[in-house]
Design a protein around this ligand. Structure first.
Ligand code: SDX
Length: 436
């Protein structure tokens, strides 16, 4: 970051001395006011719950322009990566800053492929869960448990440890997600195969059985690979900020990623795709398109607590570019599977059409986000609703680890420790009568 020819001056109406703060600029996007010395100079904190106006770090990985609806991974538009690269190319890009050349591409694909197995002991963790445990509960436990097996890659100050931990996490997440699914349906785990693509391998571990050969459908393989690309990173969202804050204590990368999995589970964040599909199924059950008007009235009634899941975004105040690509993928998959008339897809398109013409949504700049169509695609592929967020976590692992490693490689990073505005009781004594 670089100092810009501008300063911020904070003056106080109570006569306290004003304070000058430097302004820094990045390569693109908003400048920042450096408030690091504010408390020392004024004895006051800034107040920004939800961090609507706060930059927690400087980063060179992902850039979002919410007004334009633009998403860049290391400068490359998501629309181009989703059609010209594959997920492992995108992983290489997010981790290293550049797209791989042919040699680097081959080496990276091979490296990840050769780390897809998990320790045989991992399967015994699952036995502690009920078969109907939510896959995100299982996954949070399994990812944290990885740290028990990889003592050779938990020194976060060692760049080589950080590198191998990144490969292990990217490689093993599909295996762990598939294991949590197989455990839930009572089928045997499928070992990864090194002769399949990253997404093809995942499809086989999910839907293959030892009883017969599994043939990967290339349309579904490509659709899943694109879903992974679309979910790979998204600057300082809630789960990425969780991973950074958790990692800033010096804990191992597996524990920090497990914290990200736990945060992503929430319905306001990565859990929205599961919540969105449940919402569509509810509307479908209660009358379908004919009931959309009634549902939208509920959404607009503040007291109902009902939200149009898969709509709205903290940063995008325009169409989420990922939602457009997800809708295209939806069309491709439904056509391949002869489900063009899928009632939920038609219902979703009707909901989107009505919302985009409705003042309530237009005024609040609420558009479909990445979660609005992703559930329909995943359901068509055969992925159960409860596993949607697990797929999101699988894909986002590379973003979390790239952001964590970027922070750890910054010699200036410190443990994160926000302050507060205290509104509780001032000092008081325990009454003498309170004797136990
Ligand atoms: C993801 O941060 C990321 O980058 C996340 C993510 C990623 O890749 O990591 O993009 C992934 O989490 C996508 C978002 C998935 N969540 C949902 O689809 C859940 C539904 N969306 C909302 O919960 C909400 O839009 C948020 C949480 C996504 C964003 O909320 P904000 O920015 O805090 O905005 P807000 O809640 O203050 O909403 C502003 C107004 C409010 O109305 P008013 O009080 O101004 O009258 O818009 C309303 C909200 O009530 N509103 C909605 C709505 N979203 C916002 N009203 C109905 N339905 C919605 N979905």
């Amino acid at each position: 970051m670089k100092l810009v020819d501008n300063k911020a001056t904070l003056s106080f109406s109570n006569g306290s001395p004003s304070v000058e703060m430097p302004v820094y600029g990045g390569s693109i996007g908003p400048d920042v006011i450096d408030i690091r010395k504010l408390y020392a100079q004024t004895g006051m904190f800034t107040y920004d719950p939800g961090f609507l106006s706060t930059a927690s770090c400087q980063s060179a990985i992902t850039y979002i322009d919410g007004d334009k609806g633009e998403l860049l991974y290391r400068g490359y538009p998501i629309e181009q990566l989703a059609t010209q690269a594959d997920y492992l190319d995108t992983c290489f890009l997010l981790l290293n800053g550049e797209l791989p050349n042919e040699t680097e591409r081959g080496d990276f694909h091979k490296l990840v492929t050769n780390h897809t197995m998990v320790n045989e002991q991992m399967q015994f963790f699952l036995r502690g869960f009920r078969r109907d445990a939510h896959p995100m509960a299982v996954l949070t436990g399994l990812v944290g448990a990885l740290s028990a097996f990889y003592h050779d890659s938990t020194d976060i100050n060692n760049p080589e440890h950080r590198r191998i931990a990144a490969i292990r996490l990217i490689a093993k997440m599909p295996t762990l997600v598939a294991m949590s699914y197989k455990y839930g349906v009572g089928q045997p785990y499928m070992y990864p195969r090194n002769d399949l693509s990253y997404s093809g391998n995942f499809l086989r571990m999910m839907f293959g059985t030892p009883c017969e050969d599994y043939k990967v459908n290339p349309v579904l393989e490509k659709a899943l690979d694109r879903i992974f690309i679309l979910h790979a990173d998204h600057e300082q969202n809630a789960s990425t900020s969780t991973v950074r804050l958790c990692g800033s204590s010096g804990t191992n990368p597996f524990a920090a990623i497990a914290a990200g999995v736990a945060c992503l589970w929430g319905p306001a964040h990565g859990g929205a795709n599961e919540a969105c599909l449940n919402m569509l199924e509810d509307i479908q059950r209660n009358g379908g398109v004919a009931k959309v008007g009634e549902f939208m009235n509920q959404v607009k009634d503040k007291n109902s607590g009902v939200k149009l899941m898969g709509f709205g975004h903290r940063v995008y105040k325009n169409y989420d570019p990922r939602a457009k690509l997800m809708q295209e993928t939806c069309n491709e998959v439904l056509a391949e599977l002869g489900l063009e008339n899928d009632p939920l897809f038609k219902l979703a398109k009707e909901l989107e059409k009505i919302a985009l013409e409705d003042d309530y949504f237009v005024q609040r700049k609420l558009y479909p986000n990445v979660d609005f169509y992703s559930g329909i695609v995943q359901r068509a592929i055969g992925i159960p609703v409860s596993l949607f967020t697990g797929i999101f976590a699988l894909a986002r692992t590379v973003g979390w680890i790239a952001q964590l490693n970027e922070m750890l490689a910054d010699p200036e990073y410190k443990i994160g420790r926000p302050r507060q505005l205290f509104t509780g009781a001032a000092r008081r004594d325990v009454p003498a009568s309170f004797k136990r």
